[in-house]
Design a protein around this ligand. Sequence first.
Ligand SMILES: O=C(O)CCC(=O)C(=O)O
Length: 283
Amino acid sequence: MNAPLTLDEAYEDLSPMIGEVTPEHVETFLRDGVVKIPDFVKPELCEEVIRHFMAWTGIAWREWPSDPADQQAFIAAIEKAASRPRANFAIRQEDPWMFNFVTQRKFGEAAAKLLKVPSVRIISETLQAKHPEASGKGRTFVWHQDFPSLPIDRAEAVQFWCALIDVTPEMGPMIHLKGSHRSMPGGMMAECGEDAHALYPEIFEQYKPTKVEGVARGTAVFHHGLTWHFSGPNRTDKIRWAMSSYRISARSRYTGQANYNTDGLGLKPREVLDHPNFPIVYP
Ligand SMILES: O=C(O)CCC(=O)C(=O)O
């Protein structure tokens, strides 16, 4: 395996193609635990990201093919991609262009503004391709928070989720419980097959869900690590290409919890994540 890239080796500035977080966005995020920012990533950059994910996963389709032989090949490609050691996680550790993309300072700056922290480290990026339900390989996400699954000691974490194509309401976009970033950490619902409605009915009384609505290509959805969210099936015949990526305060300390992004790297519990895979991306 190649040595991990460092930020200095890889960096090319893409800032003209990345948007800004304004004081109004920060206000919405602090109130709701989620903010949507249209036109945050330029369409040509979204397209390039899809190309890299396609090459990395070997998934050569944009939609569910009609030919039965192609359908079998589609399913085989998804199964092969999912069986790799890190599955959909941490493309930047293998693809220098993606390393450069996700370590862009503007993404780091956006996270610093939203979290109100002085410095920010990247910890993850994930392919969020949701396959058509008809393929039998589509995914849904039960109500969960991300923080319980992150291997860090403090909830200074924000997810950047980006629609890489126009995501329609039928494609299973995320919905969020507005204001729920103020609730306590629940469990690892998604990994452990638990039901938030049964365990924590009060959060659904206290916080109301956002509407199921389309998300235009290039829109960034930033949510706090404690914000509860959910997404349903993709009922179209197109792949819902999207990605997510987490940034955390640089002062966060590693807890040792199992995680695809941090396992096996020799990180020490109680220390900050000082490793080339997790560079400080802001300031
Ligand atoms: O992409 C989605 O629809 C959901 C992703 C999600 O729930 C997550 O990243 O925690």
